[in-house]
Design a protein around this ligand. Structure first.
Ligand code: 26Q
Length: 719
């Protein structure tokens, strides 16, 4: 039994050091004198984890008692970044830990570098989920994140001969010290089979989903600490495995190999994260993942509800919110209906009232090709019961549309959850809007365009459902953690309130006239540029000059983000300098980085082009000292922590109307870069916040870009 009165572990350097030694010797069974890595990292992670766990248990106990309304954040992706320094920062023990390690002759920075960065996401959407978890814990909000524990995260990008090469990301090669397996909380998820109807003793028709295949969902919990507030929330990631009975049945029937292969087949559900790749759309395994996440997370919610709540459904909606991170987990809507109807025997109206007042949907894209649809035939084979429920939702919804716009059959076809055609397809965005009480975009322009174009019919029907929630990023990781030099300087100037209230940075404005402050600021920037230069040298062998302007564009490679235009600009500068017109050309280092989806041919060519252009420019003595171009391989959260504090200029140059928000744009400006960019996504709000003098605006706005596309004739422009 845990001792409820166990004294809190101390946070001073001596206690941390002593505990570290104990962990090395007793938990890891090593002597402190044995050097080979990764023991110092593991030992320190476990030392800090023990301190988190005490707060974690306390947070859980308190929530259990106060029973607040909980938000369940459902996301396919969480790009957490490294956890060690974040744990120290949020526990408030960075200095103490540094000292404790120094006393043992170790360097905290070096130890932290040993941690693998878990790549359980593609890009912005996944990092946003991680930033939100940090902020919610810091605000003390009762939010639990649900996701999948992929055995392989996003592939690792290396560059060979200028081309992107993908390698598997084996992030679990060593045990991940920040997770706790909770097999006692496993859930069973059903697939396939068929439905049967029977009349129960009250005379009501009940549906049973039978002859299914069962997969076990095992949860792994990761602590999410708030900043110096003793709150630790939970990220619960599900891992798939075969059921015991399933295995035993086959085993007893005499086939051990077949029992093992069943297990392996079950485990493929969470084997790999899908890259955001048009080729991977509509793949059966991805749909299995979607239902697996939704069903396991909802089952877990009902388990908690039974433990804590009254078990009555009157206040279920008051106590629960499910935030859908894009449509990827939207199958949670029919799944919640299924549980309420089939497992608890509620009537349709009551079940729908609960579902449509607890589900909320965040949209992250306007690109029509990125809106998810599923083949109805595939959906039916895998999820026959949820599909029946979707049909019923659709029938009731379309009759509401018909009532509001009698005779407007075009509108009904446009709004239907099912797109008719040779192969019928289920429109996940429509399902998400119909089933949710709240629909939001991720920046003002994006939310306006959702209302005006993509979801206009729905906006006309339910204007009050729609709102904007402009994205944000956590200032803990993206300033306090990744840029300690600047963070200290800011804190000296205005105190440390900015760490949890970024608006306080406004108080820095008068210091812009303070020459000494500016000098210190420049020293910090230079040191950050040196740190990035070391990373670049290490990964590419290229030496860059920290006295040049660092012009940075890092993000997923996509045509709409226009890395291609950036490369063309590099070529343009190169030609200008070579032809002697360089008096007013600022010496510049153009840094690019980002992952291309494996089957996105155009994106991969852009990577190759960037590397080839870099090779030509960097080899030409005629431009030495004036222009360098670097493609940084393996862009991820940890790389960004070195990159954004070192940038002078942040390139945010997407075609207006295409980038839903962007979040890298925020990280650069928080670290003191200026931006060159278009009137797109959150650039618009950023420009308002930092003032137009810190933002080089160019290009068409969204309206003019759309108008131009109507009859776009590049040749006439060239002429
Ligand atoms: C879909 C189907 C099959 C396989 C993969 C996917 C998939 C995976 C990831 C579709 C989309 C994503 C990720 C989208 C994304 O990251 N969007 C970005 O979200 C950020 C947070 O809101 C915004 O700032 C960016 O503008 C937006 O591009």
């Amino acid at each position: 039994m845990p001792d409820p009165s166990a004294p809190p572990l101390q946070l001073d350097a001596e206690s941390i050091g002593a505990d570290y030694r104990r962990v090395i010797e007793t938990t890891l069974a090593r002597s402190e004198m044995e050097p080979p890595q990764p023991y110092p990292y593991r030992a320190l992670a476990l030392t800090l984890r023990r301190r988190l766990v005490q707060r974690w248990n306390e947070t859980r106990r308190e929530r259990h008692e106060t029973f607040p309304r909980r938000t369940h954040y459902l996301s396919f992706e969480y790009l957490l970044g490294r956890a060690l320094r974040n744990a120290a920062l949020n526990l408030g023990v960075t200095d103490e830990t540094t000292k404790a390690m120094e006393a043992i002759g170790l360097d905290l920075e070096e130890i932290a570098e040993e941690e693998r960065d878990p790549g359980l996401g593609n890009g912005g959407l996944g990092r946003l989920a991680a930033c939100f978890l940090d902020s919610c814990a810091t605000l003390g909000l009762p939010v639990i994140g649900y996701g999948l524990r992929y055995r392989y995260g996003l592939f690792r990008q290396t560059i060979r001969d200028g081309y992107q090469v993908e390698e598997p990301d084996i992030w679990l090669a060593e045990p991940y010290p920040w997770e706790v397996k909770r097999s006692d909380l496993s859930q069973v998820v059903h697939f396939g089979g068929r439905t049967e109807r029977r009349v129960d003793h009250t005379g009501r028709t009940r549906v049973e989903w039978v002859d299914t295949k069962e997969i076990v969902a095992e949860p792994f919990d990761i602590p999410i600490p708030g900043y110096k507030n003793a709150v630790v929330n939970t990220l619960r990631l599900w891992s798939a495995t075969a059921t015991q009975e399933f295995d035993l049945g086959e085993f007893n029937a005499g086939s051990f190999p077949s029992a093992v292969s069943s297990r392996q087949k079950a485990e493929t559900i969470t084997a790999v994260l899908y890259p955001n790749d048009s080729n991977e759309r509509g793949v059966e395994l991805r749909l299995r993942q979607q239902y697996f996440l939704a069903a396991a997370s909802l089952a877990d919610t009902f388990r908690r509800w039974h433990k804590e709540g009254s078990g009555e459904f009157d206040d279920f909606a008051e106590k629960h919110c499910f935030q859908l991170n894009d449509t990827h987990p939207a199958v949670a809507i029919p799944e919640l209906m299924r549980i309420l109807l089939d497992e608890y025997g509620l009537g349709w109206e009551q079940a729908w009232e609960i579902t449509s007042s607890t589900m909320a949907y965040t949209n992250h894209t306007l690109l029509p090709e990125a809106l998810e649809t599923w083949s109805v035939e595939l959906f039916e084979r895998l999820l026959p019961r949820p599909l029946e429920i979707i049909y019923e939702i659709n029938a009731r919804f379309l009759s509401e549309v018909a009532q509001r716009w009698p005779g407007d059959v075009d509108r009904q076809a446009r709004m239907s959850l099912i797109a008719e055609g040779p192969t019928r397809r289920l429109r996940m965005a429509h399902l998400a809007v119909v089933g949710s009480y709240s629909v939001n975009g991720v920046a003002k322009l994006h939310s306006d365009l959702l209302r005006r174009d993509v979801l206009h019919d729905f906006y006309e029907l339910w204007p009050d459902k729609f709102s904007n929630k402009t994205n944000g990023v956590t200032p803990r990781r993206w300033l306090a953690g990744c840029n300690p030099g600047l963070a200290d300087l800011i804190t000296e100037g205005i105190g440390e309130g900015w760490v949890t209230d970024l608006d306080e940075l406004e108080q820095l404005a008068p210091l812009a006239d303070d020459a000494a402050f500016r000098e210190q600021w420049a020293v910090v920037k230079r040191a950050n540029k040196e740190r990035l230069a070391r990373l670049v040298l290490d990964r590419t062998g290229i030496r860059i000059d920290t006295s040049t302007l660092f012009d940075v564009q890092v993000k997923r490679i996509h045509e709409y983000k226009r890395q291609l235009m950036n490369v063309l600009h590099a070529i343009h500068l190169y030609r200008r300098i070579r032809s002697g017109q360089h008096e007013d050309v600022q010496p510049r280092t153009i840094l690019l980085g980002g992952v291309a989806a494996p089957s996105y041919a155009a994106a991969k060519k852009i990577v190759k082009l960037a590397n080839n252009v870099a090779a030509v420019i960097n080899a030409d003595p005629a431009v030495a000292g004036r222009l360098r171009v670097v493609f940084i391989p393996g862009y991820n959260v940890s790389a960004m922590e070195v990159i954004c504090p070192a940038a002078d200029l942040s390139s945010q140059i997407s075609t207006a109307g295409k980038e839903a928000s962007g979040t890298g744009n925020m990280k650069f400006m928080m670290n003191g870069a200026v931006t060159i960019g278009t009137y797109d996504g959150a650039n618009i709000e950023i420009r308002e916040a930092v003032g137009p003098e810190n933002f080089f605006l160019f290009g068409l706005n969204a309206t003019d870009a759309t108008a131009l596309r109507e009859n776009y004739d590049p040749q006439s422009i060239l002429d």
